[in-house]
Design a binder for this molecule. Structure first.
Ligand code: DC
Length: 238
């Protein structure tokens, strides 16, 4: 049985953390359990990164990257589960998860103009979907500092690299552990050291180290934490 925090009032739950902590799956399952919408903000940055690749924008071309972000129209198809990212009205699918996008995305996400645009887009999505689980790097710290619940998921780089390798292999892609670990460390460093919206634990956030926890256990814990402080809940999920 699903449980949901009562009423139709705004309920924003943020989940931040580095790559490979399971944020996207956790956010999606938590949203399902609590009957909320879910938003994958990393997909939005990935879509801009893909556009810069397609348009052959040089990674050092700050204005060219900002222009790509201005020219792209991002939307979600909320009728699919999880909501599918639409780029200029067309579903982008798994293309944004490929290695060239992985390598490009943190440069794009470090661009202040891109971030400004994405932050505005995310707030406007939340205005239309006020009962939302949103995940990324800056959701609790910058975009929704007033969210009712702010979570931060963490795990060691080695565990996260291992998860990514298994994920890639299960979807038929080859993946080299050392290469993935190196890429994760590079991305962490770039995400943590950028001046605008750096990856950090949001003020007042609850941190969960997921290194030794299954996806189900993480979701169960978050559901418990939300339900424990949300009034009027009638059932217990499981
Ligand atoms: O969660 P992910 O791996 O799909 O994110 C892709 C990249 O986008 C990652 O390098 C961090 C960046 N990102 C960000 O800077 N802010 C967000 N809110 C979400 C993602």
């Amino acid at each position: 049985m699903n449980s949901r925090p009562s009423g139709n009032e705004r309920m924003v739950i943020t989940i931040d953390g580095p790559a490979g902590t399971g944020k996207t799956s956790v956010a999606h399952q938590l949203a399902e359990r609590l009957e909320l919408d879910s938003l994958d903000t990393g997909a939005m940055y990935r879509a801009v990164a893909l556009r810069t690749i397609i348009k052959q924008v040089d990674p050092s071309d700050v204005d060219g990257i900002a222009l790509a972000a201005r020219q792209i129209e991002l939307d979600f198809d909320w009728s699919s589960n999880p909501p599918a990212l639409l780029v200029d009205g067309v579903p982008v699918g798994q293309r944004i998860r490929e290695e060239d996008v992985d390598d490009r995305v943190s440069v794009v996400a470090g661009n202040p103009q891109v971030r400004g645009r994405m932050v505005r887009a995310q707030r406007s999505i939340a205005a239309k979907h006020p009962r939302l689980v949103t995940e990324g790097r800056d959701q609790g710290s910058v975009v929704f500092p007033d969210a009712q619940f702010r979570f931060y998921l963490d795990a060691s780089p080695e565990v996260r690299a291992n998860r990514r390798v298994l994920q890639s292999r299960s979807s038929g892609q080859s993946a080299d552990y050392d290469e993935v670990l190196r890429s994760i460390r590079n991305r962490d460093r770039r995400d943590e050291t950028r001046t605008d919206g750096p990856l950090k634990v949001p003020e007042g956030a609850t941190t969960l180290d997921t290194s030794e926890l299954s996806l189900e256990t993480v979701v169960d814990r978050l559901v418990e934490l939300v339900l424990a402080t949300s009034p009027g809940v009638t059932g217990v999920s499981g």
